[in-house]
Design a binder for this molecule. Structure first.
Ligand code: ADP
Length: 484
């Protein structure tokens, strides 16, 4: 890994404006999943360091919230500019620790930065209300105030954008943050802190603590009464645990958890468009996003043709290390990820599914996996219920619109859904019936800072991005003025 500005590779955590190690002196290695190379060692922190970070954030809060929205906006804008000026280095760092192809990493840096730009502006429009009073001598005023110290726990699949998507709205409306990045990808987070410092964001406003295992930091972030809000993106299992832990101090929570996205292809769909959408939705980040198509439901009349065209498109994918090749698919994040994909495939094959292409570890070894299509998948197979998080597209067959909608909704998850259809009446009917927070209609890429991202059912609570994204970091205060 070669950076133009080597000072973006930080190997210490960032607490109260200082680069700090673990109290115990312990650290853990961050490796490149494509090569196994150790990129750096970062501090293995726990509850004590987290407490210090929370206290620093709380101490920084009054001055931060007292700034005008425009002052905070200018600081965030400076941060945004520095991120974009260092886009290439940040992308290299991201690919090195996460594995995605460099072009995708560049895209993530721009996508992540866009949240900072968006919320810097949006914070100027945090409007309250005046309400006609309930008596002639009364006036009612509604204020929106920053909630307080925000804890953000983020995953490895978007090491940059999941941080900015949470921190930008929090910071913009006047909240300080304590971030715990995923153990696989802390370097992207620390580089963001370095640029925030250069942008002039005051000490204590952004803090980053790192650990090899999340539980120590997570325990303190969820128990400490100074933390008023937890924003988490990750697995449903850990999300439920953190929500339970937050109950003791009644923290507000935003959760962005697992998905089981259906991708429905109706027989009136533009099949080439559906293939392009499926490629983008399924194979981006090697299938490791929570909005990746997890079940491709294809109507009987177009099933074989769609499978054929999809296989042709998949044959064009190039697997390889993200940094040193023109690969369009990198490695999976770790051994556990590849073992999960193998388990799900073995289960499907044992119950009657067939491999149309791929199906095994790639010749490159390590955690590289062949882009795969599985046909004749049915709902009794584990991959119908579990998030695959790998480059495997399972094709299910359906006959009627009602059957497709029922299959799509037959899951405890409700993050993203996609469907391809031509008939306008069908488009509206199906869009309204899908129990999902996000619906891509004739479109496979739905993430943008200007739209609300989030799920229903067990996929989560809250929305990130858009004008709605600030609400999770605000409290409403109602002033009742009497005796007028
Ligand atoms: P994934 O399966 O995507 O790795 P996880 O939910 O395990 O999802 O991880 C998402 C984030 O949650 C990571 O930053 C991870 O370190 C953190 N995490 C995992 N377990 C805990 C825990 N018990 N308390 C707090 N954070 C945790």
């Amino acid at each position: 890994m070669k950076l133009k500005d080597s000072s973006l590779l930080k190997t210490l955590a960032y607490v109260n404006g200082a680069w700090t190690g673990a109290a115990s002196g312990a650290s853990f290695d961050v490796t490149n999943p494509a090569t196994g190379e150790v990129l750096a060692s970062v501090p293995d922190m726990g509850a004590a360091e987290t407490r210090a970070a929370i206290e620093a954030a709380n101490a920084a809060w009054p001055a931060w919230r007292a700034k005008t929205a425009k002052e905070r906006c200018n600081l965030l804008r400076a941060w945004y500019n520095l991120i974009m000026a260092n886009q290439e280095d940040l992308a290299v760092l991201l690919t090195a620790e996460q594995g995605k192809p460099l072009a995708e990493a560049r895209g993530e840096i721009a996508y992540g930065a866009a949240f900072i730009e968006w919320f810097a502006e949006e914070a100027k429009r945090v409007y309250g209300d005046t309400i006609p009073g309930h008596g002639p001598d009364k006036r009612i005023i509604v204020l929106k105030e920053p909630i307080g110290v925000v804890a953000a726990i983020t995953p490895w699949n978007f090491p940059n954008a999941m941080i900015t998507r949470k921190c930008a709205p929090a910071l913009a409306v006047g909240c300080p943050v304590v971030i715990k990045p995923a153990e696989d990808t802390p370097l992207s987070a620390l580089a963001l802190a370095e640029l925030a410092e250069r942008a002039g964001i005051p000490k204590g406003v952004i803090n980053i603590v790192t650990a090899a295992h999340g539980a120590g930091i997570g325990g303190e972030l969820t128990a400490n009464p100074l933390v008023r809000k937890l924003s988490f993106t990750g697995s449903t299992e850990v999300g439920k645990l953190l929500m339970a832990q937050c109950a003791k101090t009644v923290k507000k929570v935003s959760l962005e958890l697992g998905g089981n996205a259906p991708f429905i292809v109706f027989d009136d769909a533009d099949l080439d468009a559906a293939v392009a959408g499926a490629m983008a939705s399924k194979y981006r980040n090697a299938g490791q996003t929570c909005v990746c198509a997890n079940r491709l439901l294809v109507q009987d009349g177009v099933y074989d043709e769609f499978a054929k065209r999809l296989a042709k498109a998949v044959a064009g994918l190039k697997v390889g290390p993200g940094l040193t090749s023109d690969a369009t698919q990198g490695p999976l994040i770790n051994q556990e990820a590849i073992e999960k994909v193998e388990r799900l495939l073995a289960d499907a094959l044992s119950k009657g599914a067939s491999i149309a292409c791929g199906g095994k570890r790639h010749d490159l070894g390590r955690t590289f996996f062949e882009p795969t299509i599985v046909t004749n998948v049915t709902k009794d197979m584990a991959m119908a219920r579990e998030e695959i998080f790998g480059p495997v597209a399972p094709l299910f067959r359906f006959h009627t619109e009602a059957e497709a909608v029922a299959m799509a909704n037959d899951t405890e998850f409700g993050l993203a859904a996609y469907f391809y259809a031509g008939n306008v009446a069908r488009v509206m009917r199906v869009a309204e019936k899908l129990e999902y927070g996000i619906v891509g209609i004739n479109e496979g890429i739905i993430s943008t800072e200007v739209a609300p991202f989030g799920g229903v059912k067990e996929s989560g609570i809250g929305r990130e991005g858009s004008k709605y994204g600030v609400e999770d970091f605000l409290e409403i205060k109602y002033l009742c003025l009497g005796g007028i």
